[in-house]
Design a protein around this ligand. Structure first.
Ligand SMILES: Nc1ncnc2c1ncn2[C@@H]1O[C@H](COP(=O)(O)OP(=O)(O)OP(=O)(O)O)[C@@H](O)[C@H]1O
Length: 260
């Protein structure tokens, strides 16, 4: 097994300078994500979850993992982020900053007021970005509440915000906007795409319309019993300042559903 990747979920060492552009400055001279011939079986499982799986995404941007429940999206995301080892094959992620993995229902400090926690955990100089994200994520009214007083969708939004304040070349968002209403999700996705144009994102969602509209490349995870085990579909990569081609959007959705 050859492993060449950044394995970081939390920032280590001295935080970077307060220039927000450092958040977006991941430089890529190779495939952003490359998984080659991945074979993996959970201990005790009868069959491998992946058997010679390949995935390649060439450039940064907003991409997705899509597929039926239980097909292995989270497992693949955790292999890419370095959270799971014990697999055969090769995983590489590019970029000069960490690959971060965040998921919904992540544990947050129930006793802490949200605003104070965000202040304490934000890297120096990220206050303007933090305030902008709090505003656009619809969280301004919640800063005085404790995490234990938030709804699931509110918790998920704050949790995602915490990660966006860190340095990363690739951020994996595993159902990070679960329990968030559709208009707010759309606002958040447009905002992330405009604020971090040079970073890589891998968004896991069951919403076929959302991944078709917002994502550039959609990797459909089909399961070990299918060949090939993944398919790559081009999405609309829509941005707020462009018209949306509804016919093309429907075609993308159909391609994804046919591939799944
Ligand atoms: N820690 C584990 N130990 C054993 N089996 C596991 C473990 N985690 C997941 N699995 C199994 O691996 C398979 C894939 O799970 P995974 O969570 O990766 O799927 P998923 O595509 O993300 O599903 P969903 O869309 O429902 O979140 C499932 O059959 C699951 O039961």
């Amino acid at each position: 097994m050859i492993l060449n990747r950044y394995i970081c979920v939390k920032q280590k060492g001295k935080p970077k300078a307060p220039n927000p552009s450092t958040l977006r400055a991941g430089s890529f001279c190779e495939q952003m994500i490359e998984c080659h011939d991945i074979t993996f079986r959970y201990p005790g499982a009868e069959a491998p979850l992946f058997d010679g799986l390949d995935v390649a995404i060439g450039t940064p941007g907003f991409h997705a993992l899509f597929g039926p429940s239980g097909a292995g999206k989270t497992s693949l995301a955790r292999i890419i982020s370095g959270d799971i080892d014990g697999f055969a094959g090769r995983v590489k992620t590019a970029g000069d900053m960490p690959c971060l993995y965040t998921f919904n229902r992540e544990r947050l400090p129930g006793w802490s007021p949200v605003g104070r926690h965000l202040e304490k955990t934000s890297p120096p100089g990220r206050q303007p970005l933090r305030d902008e994200l709090i505003d656009h994520f619809g969280l301004s009214e919640l800063m005085g509440l404790r995490y234990s007083q938030l709804s699931m969708g509110q918790c998920n939004r704050v949790n995602l915000l915490r990660y966006l304040l860190q340095d990363f070349s690739l951020l994996i968002m595993d159902e990070s906007l679960a329990n968030v209403d559709e208009p707010t999700r759309q606002t958040i996705l447009y905002k992330i795409k405009s604020l971090f144009p040079e970073a890589g994102f891998l968004y896991i969602s069951h919403n076929v319309m959302e991944v078709s509209q917002f994502c550039d490349q959609i990797i459909v995870v089909r399961g070990a019993h299918k060949s090939p085990q993944t398919a790559r579909i081009c999405g609309q990569d829509h941005r707020v300042d462009r018209p949306l081609d509804n016919t093309a959007l429907e075609r993308t959705m159909l391609e994804i559903m046919n591939a799944a």
